[in-house]
Design a protein around this ligand. Structure first.
Ligand SMILES: Cc1cc2nc3c(=O)[nH]c(=O)nc-3n(C[C@H](O)[C@H](O)[C@H](O)COP(=O)(O)OP(=O)(O)OC[C@H]3O[C@@H](n4cnc5c(N)ncnc54)[C@H](O)[C@@H]3O)c2cc1C
Length: 392
């Protein structure tokens, strides 16, 4: 006989664990099933940037709601999320100046502490930066980065304290549907029943959806990251998305700087393909670019590099909502930017499941069926795709 739960969550990344935390806060007793270990997927390799600057209003709103958790983590969730305030700079080329101003205005209306600044202001904030090519940037003094693995573990711990059950090394191999309703899941060793099943399986969510007869346009995005030792001459620096040079970077503990490129990701690798090593010339290209922004980095040295993989959608925005049999929900396709949204996504998905709609923030735009209707999510003052080589 299969054991009954209020809900089953497939995947223990930041999304699955955040959903579990929020469901248990409202009295539900979910089961979280993870084929490997907590944070095995994108979560475990996330760069962890925590900022509110997006060109799509709902993403800024979700990031701002999530920020209330990150900056008050112990009281709100318990445990640690590793949030480190560094200040955040979003540098855009001059041709995007009007979009950047409009997006900062949109974010200010949401209550986000942010301002438009000049290249000279950037120099004052980050003395080691070469700023001759910067005419405009957005600055968020409160933002920074956090640790996605700690975040997922804290969510999971708190969910378990409130009655959730967790099984690792327990992959879902099939879904059970009866009379158009989801009734449970199958794993290699057991079956579990629930009237609600949430697919939070990251880059693997496409194959999990197919178990319910639901097809989603989910590709994979494989992303390289490098850590370098920062020379003393560079000193501290903020967290930065530098769209002028096509990279992002942030400080890390131990005097390191994490760097990744916007034009380096590999699209369409099999979700289970061994991530292996970073692309052949990635480290050289990253170091070349960081030295263009911070010339003193020439004295730095290579520390390490790693690779991670997330699910990618055609508009590089998430898929969130009900799909297929009644009781089946998709929470996936975070396209390399989901970590900082995870607290608010968990909150909104718990409302969707328990109240029939998210009340805190309207997430209907992430409707899984939008692609069938030929609708792509796009910011009102958009900068184009984030991951530039993934245009299809
Ligand atoms: C290198 C990299 C850098 C990033 N940097 C940032 C950043 O700076 N800021 C930001 O906001 N976001 C960033 N992201 C994106 C962010 O990390 C992801 O969007 C987020 O972690 C996705 O979480 P998830 O829970 O949806 O997926 P995942 O963390 O991938 O979790 C899915 C889980 O489902 C499990 N699973 C799969 N199939 C099954 C099954 N059949 N049964 C049971 N379990 C299953 C997997 O093992 C996995 O643990 C980055 C991502 C990567 C890869």
């Amino acid at each position: 006989m299969s054991k009954n739960f209020d809900a089953i969550i497939i995947g223990a990344g930041v999304m699955g664990t955040s959903i579990a935390f929020h469901l248990t806060e409202r009295g539900m007793k979910p089961l979280i099933l993870e084929r490997r270990q907590v944070g095995y997927g994108a979560t475990g390799s996330s760069s962890g940037l925590v900022r509110m600057h997006y060109d799509l209003e709902v993403e800024s709103h979700l990031a701002w709601e999530s920020f209330q958790y990150f900056r008050n983590w112990r009281e709100r969730v318990g445990g640690e999320c590793g949030f480190t305030r560094t200040g955040f700079l979003h540098i855009e080329p001059e041709k995007h100046a009007s979009q950047l101003r409009a997006n900062v205005e949109m974010q200010k209306k949401l209550g986000i502490p942010t301002e438009v600044i000049s290249g000279d202001d950037v120099k004052r904030l980050a003395a080691s930066f070469h700023t001759d090519d910067i005419s405009i940037a957005a600055y968020e003094p409160e933002s920074g980065y956090a640790d996605a693995t700690l975040t997922a573990n804290s969510f999971l711990t708190a969910a378990k304290v409130h009655g959730a059950e967790f099984m690792q090394d327990c992959g879902v191999t099939g879904l059970q549907v009866s009379a158009g309703k989801i009734t449970g899941v199958k794993t290699a060793g057991a079956e579990f029943s629930a009237p609600v099943v949430i697919n939070a399986a990251g880059a693997w969510a496409g194959s999990v959806s197919e178990m319910a007869g639901v097809k989603i346009p989910l590709d994979t995005w494989t992303h390289d990251v490098v850590h370098v030792r920062r020379p003393a001459a560079v000193g501290d620096h903020p967290t930065v998305i530098d769209s002028s040079l096509g990279m992002y970077f942030r400080p890390d503990s131990g005097g390191l700087t994490l760097i990744a490129l916007e034009d380096d990701s590999r699209i369409g690798e099999a979700p289970d393909a061994e991530p292996g090593y970073v692309a052949k010339d990635f480290v050289e290209r990253s170091i070349e670019r960081i030295c263009m922004r911070i010339p003193a980095m020439e004295q730095g040295s290579l520390h390490s590099s790693h690779v991670g993989r997330d699910g990618l959608t055609p508009d590089q925005r998430a898929i969130i909502g009900a799909a297929g049999p009644q009781g089946f929900y998709l929470v996936t396709g975070f396209s390399g930017t989901g970590f900082k949204l995870s607290p608010a996504i968990g909150l909104c998905v718990s409302e969707l499941v328990m109240d029939g709609a998210a009340k805190s923030i309207d997430i209907t735009g992430f409707d899984p069926a939008r692609f069938e209707r030929g609708e792509y999510l796009k910011g009102e003052h958009d900068y184009g795709f984030i991951w530039r080589n993934s245009l299809s």
